[in-house]
Design a protein around this ligand. Structure first.
Ligand SMILES: Cc1cc2nc3c(=O)[nH]c(=O)nc-3n(C[C@H](O)[C@H](O)[C@H](O)COP(=O)(O)OP(=O)(O)OC[C@H]3O[C@@H](n4cnc5c(N)ncnc54)[C@H](O)[C@@H]3O)c2cc1C
Length: 313
């Protein structure tokens, strides 16, 4: 029988919504027993949230002061120490999981399966290649542990009516000190999280400056949306890198995606292919974004966006 260990992403007090999606993926593996591991300095509230996720058999909390920040080099050996007896170790294909899971795979001496989109059987998974232009079935060896990241945009969240038991793991192994948390310099924002928000407004090179990006923030705030950007907007310095949507940025699946001044390059579209309704505002009626948009507005963004924002008053 498959026994799956899922590593919980969290910020120390709240469980990241990606966890319920990874559980939904794991639940597609027949007869799976699913444990969620919360590594934290104080796992209490996060473990309580994880215990509510349907299909979770057990929550294992690993509390130690070194776990107060998610440093992959510190977390990975603790996870590996607890991984014996498991057939799979899963994490989300978010920045957290993309950082952590390869450390785990390397320590266990296996290749990682990346970006699971669907489960064919316990060791065969579908994943995207070439910016989502192709889909591949990859088969992991049956005789070794499977370490994988799950493409969270491909799974609906598991329900939250469970009350799984929470156990503390005694994990006193030595962890590396060569890598440690110094400070977090990323911008703190009160806006919804880009990777899990139901609504996202993104801006591209068409905005033409950091100052003009204010138009995107205003529209997003009226809608209660997260803010994203194309790589061109990031490269031009209009917004920080963590806002990039696409192949080399964040893969997202909001119910509503509004692309402003974005042409719709394949590398951008791969990040939004699971979005519900796509709205595009672009002055070029030939822009490829209109081929995937459900609603398209051919207009100058500098008049269309303020007008749209005002109508939301
Ligand atoms: C390996 C690789 C990985 C990549 N990864 C990513 C990725 O993760 N994410 C990503 O986004 N890109 C990625 N790219 C880059 C991608 O190919 C495009 O270059 C990028 O998406 C273009 O961004 P853009 O649409 O903002 O800019 P442009 O292609 O320059 O488009 C700007 C658009 O704005 C419109 N516009 C201009 N002025 C106005 C106005 N006043 N009103 C309305 N519309 C206006 C124009 O008509 C145009 O369509 C990657 C490329 C490579 C090679």
């Amino acid at each position: 029988m498959s026994k799956i260990l899922i590593i919980a992403e969290h910020d120390g007090s709240t469980l990241n919504p990606s966890v319920a999606k990874v559980v939904a993926c794991a639940a597609n593996i027949d007869a799976a027993e699913i444990d969620v591991m919360v590594l934290a300095s104080d796992a209490g509230a996060v473990a309580q949230e994880a215990a509510k996720i349907d299909s979770v058999s057990r929550v294992i909390s690993v509390e130690r002061s070194e776990n107060s920040h998610p440093i992959a080099a510190v977390l990975a050996p603790q996870i590996v120490a607890a991984a014996s007896g498991y057939s799979h170790v899963f994490g989300p294909s978010t920045t957290f999981g993309k950082d952590l899971m390869p450390h785990i795979a390397a320590l266990l001496g296996v290749n990682q399966v990346s970006d699971i989109m669907s489960v064919e059987n316990s060791h065969t998974f579908k994943r995207p290649v070439y910016a989502g232009s192709g889909l591949l079935n990859v088969e992991a060896p049956a005789d070794s542990i499977v370490v994988a990241t799950v493409r969270i945009a491909s799974f609906a969240s598991a329900g939250s009516s469970n009350s799984a038991p929470i156990e503390s793991a005694d994990n006193s192994i030595e962890v590396p000190v060569h890598t440690r948390f110094v400070e977090l310099t990323s911008g703190k924002s009160d806006r919804p999280d880009l990777q899990t928000s139901a609504k996202v407004v993104s801006g591209g090179r068409g905005l033409a400056s950091e100052e003009n990006f204010e138009l995107i923030y205003k529209l997003a705030d009226k809608l209660g949306a997260a803010v994203g950007a194309s790589r061109a907007a990031v490269d031009a310095g209009y917004v920080p890198n963590e806002m990039q949507v696409g192949q080399t940025g964040k893969i997202i699946a909001p119910d509503l995606y509004i692309a402003v001044g974005i042409s719709g390059a394949i590398q951008h579209l791969t990040g939004i292919k699971d979005a519900g309704t796509i709205v595009a505002i672009n002055k070029d009626e030939e822009a490829p974004i209109f081929e995937v948009a459900d609603i398209g507005l051919v207009a100058d963004l500098f008049s269309a966006v303020p007008e749209l924002t005002d109508t939301l008053d």
